[in-house]
Design a protein around this ligand. Structure first.
Ligand code: CTP
Length: 406
């Protein structure tokens, strides 16, 4: 399940060069389980073919109020919609919408709906900065319409400036946010993800197989549910509004970052696979091979020392009202091991997974977990994509916080 599963989304495409990006927005929303009903203005047809959108959307594209057996297609679509997204939105469409002039199928549908609306403008900088457009945007904002501001970048004709349509992934992230419960709104969530790398010498590290996917899914889900998220990560992650990424590599760097951000956090999730040990000494430069023996001196035996258990440290020093979540990768006795970890490290919730099972944990796009809470509740979540698992984990966090507040 995603925030888009089973949701009716109307995608309105108006006539700008960026119309081609709406195809990607459409495909992603359909992939996430939405029923996408597309509408194109007649100007949009100059930029993309109707066939393209019709083939990728959940139903054929509509362009006019008049060519359908249905005499009132705009009200039917508008009433059924859970959300309407306009991408790209031209100055003309924004103006008609703000003025309430239902001159075509697109604006008629916008005016006939009570669903949330997301407008993603795209136009030349001069147009975007024109007082008429600025006033119309302010009017729409005042009426509760969400505006995803255009970004600064290369525009049609080679100019560079503000007015570029937001990237499809940002548009879809905003759609997800608008369709998700805002149950983490106002909270600061700090999450660690990825596997730490501990240096042996200038080029070699001790690493693990963690892909960071579960922590990234948690971060994106928390943002969709209204949180401000800090993601402390060993893997590359694209930041997005309300998501700050802090790059780290070693367990010690991760510890420093987590301790720094934990003081202001409401929810902390240690999803990272932190190395339990690291080389006691890091060799200067690169350890070289002895040509006579083929051995790399200093590599046949490495002295290891323990790293700090970050989760336990956060558990010991946490402030009241903070919710602390840990992970447990196990191969046997899942609940018993998770329960003892929960008590030992002083956390509220352990997300335990049996990494010996197919499709579970490290490197996979899917996961199956058992949620073990300190209030005695245990819940199994069957194999699902990591984003859905993230939703289940955050549901449990919301439950724990709610029961504590009562
Ligand atoms: N963890 C941590 N710091 C470490 C090691 C682990 O914060 N140095 C966190 C992980 O991010 C995870 C949890 O502790 O949230 C559980 O890690 P795991 O390796 O499963 O547990 P261990 O305590 O190392 O126990 P064991 O390896 O014996 O199962």
């Amino acid at each position: 399940m995603t925030a888009l599963s089973g949701k009716n989304v109307v995608l309105i495409v108006s006539g700008g060069i960026a119309a081609y990006k709406s195809v990607e927005v459409c495909r992603r929303m359909v992939d996430m389980g939405a029923h996408v009903a597309p509408i194109m203005t007649s100007d949009a047809e100059h930029f993309i073919g109707k066939t393209t959108l019709s083939a990728l959307a959940s139903e054929p594209v509509r362009t006019t109020l008049w060519d359908d057996a249905d005499p009132i297609p705009h009200t039917r679509l508008a009433q059924r919609a859970d959300l309407i997204v306009v991408a790209p939105a031209t100055a003309r469409l924004i103006g008609s919408y703000a003025a309430g002039i239902s001159s075509d199928m697109a604006v008629a549908t916008l005016i006939a709906t009570r669903a949330p609306v997301l407008v993603c403008p795209a136009m030349h900088t001069e147009m975007w900065e024109h007082a008429a457009v600025a006033d119309n945007i302010a009017t729409l904002r005042r009426r509760g319409v969400s505006i995803l501001e255009p970004s600064v970048g290369r525009l049609a004709g080679g100019d560079v400036g503000a007015g570029r349509l937001a990237d499809p992934e940002r548009i879809v992230a905003e759609v997800e946010r608008l369709l998700s419960p805002a149950d983490l709104s106002g909270l600061h969530v700090v999450i660690s993800t990825g596997g730490t790398r501990e240096p042996i010498d200038a080029v070699r590290v001790i690493a693990n197989r963690s892909s960071g996917k579960q922590g990234i899914a948690l971060a994106r889900e928390a943002v969709a549910r209204g949180a401000k998220v800090t993601l402390v990560s060993t893997v590359d992650v694209e930041s997005q509004p309300a998501l700050d990424v802090v790059d780290v590599e070693t367990a010690e760097e991760m510890r420093e970052a987590m301790v720094r951000y934990a003081s202001g956090a409401d929810v902390i999730v240690m999803a990272a696979a932190v190395a339990d040990v690291r080389p006691a000494r890091v060799a200067d430069g690169k350890l070289k091979k002895n040509p006579a023996t083929g051995q790399i001196e200093g590599l046949s035996a490495i002295d290891l020392e323990p790293t700090t258990d970050i989760l336990a440290e956060l558990g010991a020093s946490r402030k009241s009202g903070q919710t602390l979540v840990g992970f447990a990768a196990e191969t046997s006795d899942l609940v018993a091991n998770a329960t003892s970890k929960l008590q030992r490290k002083g956390v509220d919730l352990i997300v335990a997974n049996d990494v010996s099972k197919p499709g579970v944990g490290f490197g996979h796009g899917t996961n199956a977990v058992t949620l073990v809470a300190s209030d005695g509740r245990t819940r199994e979540v069957a194999l699902a994509d990591k984003r859905s698992i993230a939703g289940e984990i955050l549901d449990e966090v919301v439950r724990i916080r709610g029961s504590r507040a009562n």
